[in-house]
Structure formats: structure tokens, C-alpha cells
Ligand binder design. Structure first.
Ligand SMILES: Nc1ncnc2c1ncn2[C@@H]1O[C@H](COP(=O)(O)OP(=O)(O)OP(=O)(O)O)[C@@H](O)[C@H]1O
Length: 250
């Protein structure tokens, strides 16, 4: 099967330091890929490259056959790539439904949200989006009053409302309670298949709960890929995590 997203021989330097050094990664359409690795491995930078926040000094990023590496951030967003940052970018003074409306208005597809059969008919669409991300009871609440977990779900709902085909997330469960983390795993299971997801995570319990294939980065390169059992047993992965409490404390 041809890949949906393909990073080939990507390099990035910051002031002469090679943060990414010959990175390769292929992700299939509809896949939920977890990206793990010790601190400083280059995971966040890899997401920054895909969404255009950081430009590679070498290599190519291909998404659905389109070369992204030379496009501007807004052009990459328009091509269907959505990024969720660690600090959510919701409008705190607007209600949940207003935030979802704003995101729907930013949608690039003229056919409505085909992935979820969410069309152009107004509030019922917003209600369906809120249901998807578990915020039905909060529809009329200002985003400022949401819990930390609810705010993360709202931002994910906004990416769905924009019809982002590829959703990139950096540590989405950081700061969440155990119950919120569980609900997030359930949400990701619903999104998988309809969207392609790349999730950078340190919580191995969460990674095991959601991921099919796990990619392990180390020193700006791809060290290993496989199931949780495969990467945990991989000698080089074990070596990379030496001194950091092991992969379970990634
Ligand atoms: N804007 C920048 N300027 C200089 N160095 C940077 C910049 N961004 C990242 N780096 C360096 O590049 C390397 C990779 O950073 P990155 O944040 O991608 O790693 P990470 O795997 O996401 O780490 P963590 O798990 O700690 O978030 C690190 O050594 C980091 O200090």
C-alpha cells in the first residue's frame, strides 16, 4: 500500500546542531501512529516539519502525493494537515458551540465534513461534533470554564470541524486525570480510520492503549518501528532509554 504521509531523509539544524538527521517515516491513511522517544529525540521538531512551522534543510515531506516541504504553514493547513499544540488555541470567551462554528467556517472543503457526514446546516452539525468529542453538556459554556481535558477535546473537535485529514498532536494527555486520559483514548479510537493521526506521547500506558504501530525516535533519527511489544524488546530502544527510567517512563 502506498503511504499517505512520507518523510524522506529529513534534516534540520538549529544553530549548527542537527536536531533531525536523516529522518524517514511512512504513515498509511487512517492510521493512528504514536511517536515516542527520549527527551530531545526530535519528536516535536518532526511535527513542526510536517505542519511547516520548521523548514527542513534537506529531504522531502509528501502528503497524498503533494510535496509539503516548501509550502507555507497556511498552505499545508489548507492541504488538510491540522496541528494540536500543547497549549490549546481555543477562544476562551466564546462558547463551545461558537468555537466549533468558527472552526467549521475555516473548513477548506466546500462539500462539508464528509468524513463525519457533517454538512452545512448549522447547529445540529455542531451538536454532532460536540457529541463526538464528549462535550454535549458543555455546548453553551464559555471555553474559559472548561476543565483542562475538556479544553483539549474542544480543540480536537475544532480540527475535526475544519476537516483536517491528518491530525498532529503533541502530548495530548499531558496534565489530564486518569479518567480524562481514558476518555481521550476512546475519542482517538473513534477518530482513527476517518482521520490519520500522529500522536507524540510520553505515557506508555496510553500509547499501548491507542497505538497500532509505534515509531521510536532517537537523536533525530528513526530508531525502530513496530508494536509495543516489539519496540519494548528492541535492544537499541532499550539502550536509548537507559538512564531515563526505561521506556515505560518515556
Ligand atoms: N528552536 C530551537 N532552537 C534550538 N534548538 C532547538 C529548537 N527546537 C528544538 N531544539 C533542540 O532540538 C532537539 C530536539 O528537540 P525536540 O523538542 O524536537 O525533541 P523532543 O523529542 O520533542 O523532546 P521532548 O520529549 O523533551 O519534548 C533538542 O536538543 C532541542 O533542544
Amino acid at each position: 500500500m502506498t503511504s499517505h504521509l512520507e518523510l524522506r531523509d529529513i534534516s534540520v539544524s538549529f544553530n549548527g546542531f542537527k536536531a533531525i538527521n536523516g529522518l524517514n517515516m511512512s504513515v498509511r491513511k487512517g492510521e493512528l501512529r504514536c511517536l515516542i522517544g527520549p527527551n530531545g529525540a526530535g519528536k516535536t521538531t518532526a511535527l513542526d516539519i510536517i505542519c511547516g512551522k520548521v523548514k527542513p534543510s534537506g529531504g522531502t515531506v509528501s502528503f497524498d502525493g503533494t510535496a509539503l516541504q516548501d509550502l507555507e504553514e497556511y498552505e499545508i493547513a489548507r492541504a488538510g494537515v491540522g496541528r494540536k499544540f500543547q497549549v490549546p488555541s481555543v477562544f476562551r470567551e466564546l462558547s463551545v458551540s461558537e468555537n466549533l462554528e468558527v472552526a467549521r467556517a475555516r473548513r477548506t472543503s466546500v462539500f462539508g465534513n464528509l468524513r463525519w457526514n457533517i454538512g452545512n446546516s448549522g447547529r445540529p452539525d455542531v451538536e454532532r461534533l460536540a457529541e463526538l468529542v464528549g462535550l454535549t453538556e458543555q455546548l453553551d459554556r464559555p471555553a474559559a470554564y472548561l476543565s483542562h481535558g475538556q479544553t483539549q477535546w474542544l480543540e480536537i473537535g475544532m480540527l475535526v470541524a475544519q476537516d483536517a485529514e491528518l491530525i498532529l498532536m503533541d502530548e495530548p494527555t499531558a496534565g489530564m486525570t486518569a479518567q480524562e486520559t481514558r476518555k481521550t483514548a476512546e475519542l482517538f479510537a473513534r477518530l482513527k480510520g476517518k482521520h490519520t493521526l500522529i500522536v507524540v506521547e510520553h505515557d506508555m500506558g496510553f500509547v499501548k492503549a491507542i497505538g497500532d504501530i509505534i515509531s521510536v525516535m532517537h537523536m533525530g533519527q528513526m530508531l525502530a518501528e513496530g508494536t509495543a511489544a516489539e519496540v519494548e524488546a528492541h535492544p537499541e530502544v532499550r539502550r536509548a532509554y537507559l538512564g531515563s527510567g526505561g521506556i515505560s517512563h518515556a
